[in-house]
Write a protein that binds this ligand. Structure first.
Ligand SMILES: [Zn+2]
Length: 321
């Protein structure tokens, strides 16, 4: 399933990091997931430089003249460390041990140390275990940026300790703040439904998709008694898939909003007040858990399992706040 929280394109990601840095809300580990490995690595490198720049603009653009930026330009910054898989191979424990050694030390010349682990899906289980130590008890001035082209190839133990930043390089770079979010959302949602294997004749048309979404909100998200709705939905396989995809896209938006992401990247930008209300009492962790549960239910429905019980459990988790 390809609807992990989506942060937009390169520019949105850099701007978001600038904002989080400003507000002191930066987490210690991020996993950048995008289709293009070269772009992923380039973006993680840029974020590393943003974290080090001493005179960052509000748009997340580094100044290119401070001593940190000059070090980057010269090709060596003592507090940015890269780990890359050996030629087409794995990232072994030795490479990660090297990181651990450095992560134990104070930054050399700046306020923080940044480690970039390229293609984190190539970590061997031993290397991943070693890296987990750093992820579990990071020094306050240590940041890890991992990249991968496929979220589900990254070991779950690593994935669950990182904030996932899904990047769409081409699509997202065209997103403009203040653009028409409604048509933008339909344009994005419909391809999702197609890609996710909903029968071509069952993908709702643009007007219909909003009706289905509104029905989901009314009869599931805001409803007290969801039983009649769920019972009806699960009798039709394609209907179930559309419901779960709409639900996951809604939760994804809630998560994005909570993470301070730009409104222009919301799929349900027309219901931003409802989204705020929805995620008000839910922590980011809870949202992420529900998100994964919905993805899991979706996978089960694709394999023709009955997902009535998982859907009830999802509702209960949402109610618990
Ligand atoms: Zn700078």
């Amino acid at each position: 399933m390809d609807i992990a929280p989506f942060w937009g394109g390169r520019k949105s990601v850099l701007k978001n990091f600038q904002r989080m840095l400003d507000k002191g809300r930066l987490a210690h580990a991020y996993l950048f997931v995008g289709e293009d490995p070269t772009e992923n690595n380039r973006l993680a490198g840029e974020v590393a430089r943003v974290l080090q720049c001493q005179d960052l603009s509000a748009a997340g653009v580094m100044c290119r003249v401070c001593s940190s930026c000059r070090r980057v330009a010269a090709g060596r910054h003592p507090d940015i460390h890269y780990t890359t898989p050996a030629d087409g191979g794995a990232i072994k424990r030795e490479a990660i041990r090297d990181i651990l050694e450095k992560a134990r030390l104070r930054p050399f010349s700046s306020a923080r140390q940044v480690f970039v682990v390229q293609e984190a899906d190539r970590l061997t289980p031993e290397a991943a275990n070693t890296l987990l130590k750093t992820l579990e008890e990071p020094r306050p001035d240590t940041f890890l940026l991992l990249t991968s082209t496929a979220l589900d190839r990254v070991l779950p133990t690593i994935r669950s300790r990182c904030h996932v930043v899904r990047v769409a390089f081409r699509e997202g770079d065209q997103v403009q703040e203040g653009s028409d979010t409604v048509s933008l959302s339909a344009n994005r949602l419909i391809p999702y439904l197609r890609r996710e294997g909903v029968g071509p004749d069952r993908v709702p048309r643009e007007q219909e998709i909003w009706q289905r979404r509104d029905a989901m909100l009314k009869s599931f998200v805001w409803a007290q008694d969801v039983e009649p709705f769920v019972k009806k939905i699960v009798t039709d396989k394609e209907e179930t898939k559309v419901f779960l995809i709409l639900l996951v896209s809604w939760i994804r938006d809630g998560w994005l909003l909570k993470a301070g992401g730009p409104a222009a990247c919301l799929l349900h930008g027309d219901r931003i007040d409802d989204l705020r209300r929805f995620c008000e009492d839910l922590s980011s962790q809870k949202l992420w858990k529900v998100y994964e549960d919905v993805v899991q239910a979706y996978r089960m429905s694709r394999e023709n399992f009955n997902v009535k019980i998982p859907i009830f459990i999802i509702k209960e988790t949402l109610n618990d706040g």
